[in-house]
Write a protein that binds this ligand. Sequence first.
Ligand code: ZN
Length: 315
Amino acid sequence: MNYIVLDLEWNQCPYGKDRENEKLPFEIIEFGAVKMNEKKEIVDTFHQLVKPVVYRRIHFRTREVIAVSLEELEKEGILFPEAADAFFKWCGSDYRFCTWGTLDLNELQRNLDFYYMGGLIEGPVIYEDVQKLFAIAYETRKDRRSLEYAADFLHIEDNGEFHQALDDAVYTARILSMIPDEVIREDFSIDTYRTPKTRAEQILIRYRTYEKFISREFTTKEAAMEDREITAIRCFVCHKNAKRKVKWFSDNGRNHFAVGFCPDHGYIKSKVRLRKATSGKIFVIKTTKMISEGDAEKIRNKQDAIRERRHKKGK
Ligand SMILES: [Zn+2]
């Protein structure tokens, strides 16, 4: 399997958000990609400018961060469908995408859909978010740094060029090559631009210390929170149904929490995040992990505090 390290540049509506094409808020104008083999050696590169069709002027903010001009795009760029075709041919058949952050694959799929080419990517896409991997390997799990910062941190020789798609892909590839294999293996990401459509397509992934479940779509939040598979709390270790210790409660309407107890393995925390799917419907990302008795107590206290606040408001 190869790694395809991808960096895209895109433009947005130069006349403001109210005049944008809702189906294509961000129009891809440049592909940069690096192909790495399993040993994480660079074996090939891909670079292609795209002729803009939807937005024929460059947004001032885009102009600040890209290295190409509109004239170059119009002269050297090809139409998106041709560029995407060439790119996917170049990718081959056995690869995993790697990007800096979470946006590129999302925008790639949206641009593909705009041209009815969504069939080129099967979703939900498993990929490596190198920005996240860098944080896990070198800082703390929650940090998110710029590409420049990470390149500098790892003493990667820089040629002063950032935000040129191919240069950024090369930096990202070099950073990826310095991340331990077990981090890459363990901490992959899942892009949910395309969500599971049926019960059978739902995804359950077991990471080292937690489990992640990605549900199919529901018409309402309420319907999602009534689904048995979503509300069940299963032990992370033995996967048996746990005894419910703290009932599902929500802090702000989007995040829901519950605590269960397995007599053999202890306390379990489940967290449900309600997310809006591309279709406008609701889907759920649920994580489950083991916690200490103290942490279970903290969650109970949080639930009590929220109840009390609601109670006071009600009076
Ligand atoms: Zn158990």
